[in-house]
Design a protein around this ligand. Structure first.
Ligand code: SAM
Ligand code: SF4
Length: 477
């Protein structure tokens, strides 16, 4: 019966996107309206595991669900639909998903109409999808990174047929624009400028699960940013696996620095950030655009990965210890107040103590404000997975030494703005103490200060009274 109904609905569906998805959204809405008349509450929950890309996917899922008539809840006990966007960049991200899915079994046993769905990077891996289908039969919906925009179509089919829906695409050249998206914060938004990656760093699964690099049309990006600013957004974060190669896959598209400059000129946009620039093609032009536009934030996340030229070569990163240090020097000359952060992998296959010392040397030189540090995680299908691993004890021991070293060297820059009055974008109530708020400086450093909730979403001048290392206590003027 349900299948027959879905087939009929399918026959009338528009072929082109996004009209097709809006049609399915309307169908779900009509269905929910009938059920709501009978007291059904229609609540949905989206859990994000992973990076900003995954979080952005989560916003898109929430946008579609809301448009279709669901209200978003944080409480899985009351949800009728529970979706996950996943990460597979390191093994522990996969384990996190399995833990969460396992916990949902009792909810499904209580409510057989509950729809549990999983999308995102991990669902691009065949073995993981097989494991989920075998071990977690109550997961009804599985789709990957290339067809996230089709949520409404898949959801309607699952609702009507009560059967499982698994649809995975190897890659796609299609970018579907103008579907709804629900921002986590009213005053802050992230905007994809490109999808996928062509770099194939030898440790990294991203090009395999997110596909080849596809840049969005710059006119669409600008339109989206303008609409966000008109809607009250003060800070925009541009997202791409390598923002510096934006546009290279398209004829007659502008470069990343040109795109950044155009967006920075949108009247009313207070802050503009971007992530992630690969050091291998960080241009002078980009530094100039940053210098010339006050609203581009004073922060660069510049992933190092390793300080050893030999390891960087085997990682396929296309820069060396010397060229990375020269880039840091140039950045600090052009933007003396910039905050630099980084990603570092410890224990890449074949890493010797000498290689590790090179990483320590670059850390001492660059004086990062903070660093995300990772123990190398073997990802099946990547070239490095076949190479001989560094013993676990050695990795753990180096990891500890690196953490201490980063702390020591970042201390030299910490507190450099002590006593200054700086603009803070107020983000939320402080999680730990009443009457306190938390916000961020342009250089991404956190500040805690006393204030009322009405300041959330505002940019306010705050005097930085006390340095706590990676953050400040301040007082609003
Ligand atoms: N595109 C970004 C770049 O090039 O810096 C990074 C994307 S990746 C999601 C984020 C970070 O995860 C990387 O910078 C790297 O440090 C880390 N990472 C990726 N693969 C890893 C692996 N197999 N083991 C440990 N860390 C890894
Ligand atoms: Fe992974 Fe390298 Fe692409 Fe970043 S640039 S996503 S680390 S392959």
């Amino acid at each position: 019966m349900g299948n027959k109904l879905f087939t009929e609905i399918l026959e009338n569906a528009p072929v082109n996107e996004p009209e097709r998805q809006f049609y399915f959204i309307e169908q779900i809405k009509a269905l929910l309206d009938v059920k709501k008349g009978e007291g059904y509450e229609a609540k949905a929950m989206v859990t994000v595991i992973g990076c900003q890309m995954s979080a952005k996917d989560g916003e898109k899922l929430q946008g579609i669900l809301q448009e279709a008539g669901y209200s978003i809840t944080e409480n899985e006990e009351e949800a009728d639909v529970i979706l996950f966007t996943t990460c597979t960049v390191r093994e522990n991200a996969n384990q996190k998903l399995y833990g969460r899915i396992g916990q949902l079994k009792h909810l499904y046993q209580r409510n057989k109409d509950l729809i549990i769905g999983i999308t995102g990077c991990m669902m691009q891996e065949k073995d993981e999808v097989e494991t989920i289908q075998k071990k977690y039969p109550y997961v009804h919906l599985i789709f990957g990174t290339h067809n996230i925009y089709k949520l409404a179509e898949y959801l309607l089919e699952t609702m009507l047929s009560k059967e499982k829906k698994v649809e995975l695409l190897e890659d796609s050249t299609e970018i579907v624009e103008n579907l709804p998206s629900k921002r986590k914060y009213a005053f802050r938004a992230s905007v994809n400028i490109s999808f996928g990656c062509n770099n194939f760093c030898t440790y990294c699964i991203v090009p395999y699960v997110r596909g080849r690099e596809k840049s969005r049309d710059s006119r669409e990006i600008l339109k989206e940013c303008e609409a966000l600013v008109a809607d009250g957004v003060k800070e925009i974060m541009l997202l791409g696996q390598n923002v510096n190669s934006y546009g290279l896959d398209k004829k007659e598209e502008c470069s990343f620095p040109e795109l950044l400059a155009k967006i920075a000129r949108i009247p009313g946009l207070k802050r503009l950030r971007f992530m992630t620039p690969n050091p291998k093609d960080f241009s002078d032009e980009l530094l100039q655009v940053m210098k010339e536009n006050e609203n581009i934030c004073n922060h660069i996340h510049l992933p190092l990965q390793s300080g050893s030229t030999a390891i960087l070569k085997r990682m396929n990163r296309h820069y060396s210890k010397d060229s990375y240090m020269a880039l840091v020097k140039k950045i600090r000359e052009v933007l003396p107040d910039v905050s630099l952060t980084t990603d570092i992998i410890v224990g890449f296959p074949g890493e010797t103590e000498e290689d590790f010392q090179d990483t320590m040397e670059v850390v001492a030189y660059a004086k990062f404000d903070s660093a995300f540090t990772f123990q190398y995680s073997k990802r099946t299908g990547t070239p490095a997975a076949k190479w001989e691993a560094v013993p676990e004890d050695t990795v753990k021991e180096r990891f500890q030494r690196l953490l201490e070293h980063i702390r020591l060297h970042s201390e030299e820059r910490e507190g450099r703005d002590l006593g200054k009055v700086m603009d803070v974008l107020v983000e939320e109530k402080d999680k730990e103490s009443e009457n306190m708020l938390t916000g961020r400086l342009s250089n991404n450093v956190l500040v805690h200060f006393e204030g009322g909730e009405r300041l959330i979403g505002e940019i306010v001048p705050v005097r930085l009274d006390k340095s706590m290392g990676f953050y400040y206590y301040g007082s609003v003027l």
